[in-house]
Design a protein around this ligand. Structure first.
Ligand code: GLN
Length: 470
């Protein structure tokens, strides 16, 4: 039996029936990591000793016969999420030697379940990017085609699952960072409703947009992990009391909205064909397909690329060379700031800080930030109106499959365009899932399923029925 091929559910059954132990399962994943990490660059750190301790502890719990679905299951964690005592770099030089002083709430919850944390996964620096190429520690290669990017910003999280270097992983999504790499790597990723999962212990990028979510081999696995991490947390005031309801939504009679604005020029013809074919499958299974209009999403990218950098510029002000991480020598305080930030941050992060600071500066605030917040309201209203008529929205995750490494690094604007279908979901605070539904050559393509606030159950139920058809 190839242990690294098992889903969470299958691995749980195997552990329960004593076919293997968590130590065996963990070893199998560690072997894959040893074999593949040098080439794929999925993990930034793996604490082998700590990993064995966790697996042995899980086996003890399993031996008592009382254990949950995640006990003993090995996972990868995006290196923007804090795991106590482990380095947390956010793929930045400025946090190269930073060790997390506490567990993020999601980690606390996973540890309570007895998971085995294999290591910290690569990402775009401070989660800013769509390709993984902005990591200060090198790009993560796509396991499906090593000349291509894994997608970003949760590049290592998605690639770890696709390459069987973790059974599941956690990523974070500010403007597409769970869904886009999941689509590029052919795995299932869920960006939950804003507020359903605590952000405490996640290194903040855009606080009104960020959400942590699962990346997994199957829809059921994503659901298992989501259930384990969601809910109110007193350490995050934006988290809400949310009990995941495990219900079934039938495809028959389901009203699926397809936004006409999403199939316009610029979308790769093969991607469009695959997405349309997957919508047809839902229709054949009895769903009603309804064309909808989201007129304001045309402005979503412009709106996101004001709001996200503004929030980032405020959030990243704390990395000043004094409190955290890298601290450069300087002749006075200003010099320390300039050198620490100058050496510590990469080009994309600097670009965002400058755009954000500029857009928030007095005189420009009304023209940019305030305007963007107004547009955000229109986008929210578009979705609210759409959800009066439909139960779920189907659309692509990305207009293109995984791009070649280096293809867009000199052209940030064309890189931002890859986020065209994902950012509006964050601006509206909605849940969205990427489901692998086909391939262009060997490159996976994800269907995006968007639901109304807190309707993860509908998304997951429908995705699970569709998953069987691919
Ligand atoms: N690609 C988007 C950006 O660079 C989204 C990133 C994210 O979701 N963290 O901002």
């Amino acid at each position: 039996m190839e242990l690294t091929k098992l889903t969470i559910r299958q691995a749980h059954e195997g552990l329960k029936n004593k076919e293997f132990t968590s130590v065996d399962l963990t070893k199998a994943y560690l072997e894959n990591i040893k074999k593949l990490n040098a080439e794929l660059n999925v993990y930034l750190s793996v604490d082998e000793e700590g990993v064995s301790v966790q697996a042995e502890a899980a086996d003890k719990t399993i031996a008592t016969g009382k254990f949950g679905l995640l006990c003993g299951i090995p996972c990868a964690i995006k290196d923007a999420i804090m795991v106590e005592g482990q380095k947390c770099t956010s793929a930045s030089k400025i946090l190269e030697n930073y060790v997390a002083p506490y567990d993020a709430t999601v980690i606390k919850k996973l540890k309570e379940q007895g998971v085995v944390i294999l290591g910290k996964a690569n990402l775009d620096e401070f989660a800013m990017g769509g390709s993984g190429e902005n990591s200060a520690y090198g790009v993560t290669k796509n396991p499906c085609d090593k000349t291509r990017v894994a997608g970003g910003s949760s590049s290592g999280s998605a690639a770890s699952v696709a390459a069987e270097m973790a059974c599941f992983s956690l990523g974070s999504d500010t403007g597409g960072s769970i869904r886009l790499p999941s689509s590029f790597c052919g795995v299932t990723g869920l960006k939950p409703t804003y507020g359903s999962v605590s952000r405490y212990g996640l290194i903040a990028f855009g606080s009104s947009l960020d959400q942590i979510g699962p990346i997994a081999k199957t829809v059921e696995d994503a659901k298992i992990v989501f259930e384990a991490i969601c809910g109110k947390d007193k350490m995050d005031a934006t988290s809400t009391d949310y009990e995941f309801e495990n219900s079934v939504t039938n495809l028959k009679g389901l009203r699926i909205g397809v936004p006409k604005e999403y199939f316009v020029e610029g979308i790769d013809k093969d991607v469009e064909k695959i997405i349309r074919a997957s919508i047809k499958k839902a229709e054949d299974a009895g769903a009603e397909i309804i064309e909808i209009s989201l007129p304001s999403v045309e402005f979503a990218l412009a709106c996101y690329y004001i709001i996200a950098p503004c929030e980032a510029s405020a959030n990243l002000a704390r990395f000043d060379g004094i409190k955290y991480g890298l601290s450069a020598e300087g002749k006075d305080l200003l010099d320390v700031y300039l050198k620490s930030k100058g050496h510590g941050f990469g080009a994309e992060v600097k670009r965002r800080i400058m755009i954000g600071t500029y857009a928030l500066s007095s005189g420009y605030y009304d023209a940019y930030y305030k305007k963007a917040q107004e547009v955000r309201q229109f986008i929210k209203q578009d979705f609210a109106k759409a959800f009066e008529k439909v139960d779920l929205i189907f659309c692509p995750v990305s207009p293109v499959p995984a791009i070649k490494i280096g293809e867009k690094t000199d052209d940030p604007l064309s890189m931002y365009l890859m986020d065209i279908y994902t950012v509006s979901v964050n601006l509206a605070g909605l849940p969205g899932l990427s489901l692998p539904v086909g391939k262009v050559g060997n490159l996976p393509v994800g269907l995006q399923i968007i639901g109304n606030h807190f309707q993860e159950n509908k998304i997951l139920s429908v995705a699970a029925q569709l998953e069987e058809k691919f």
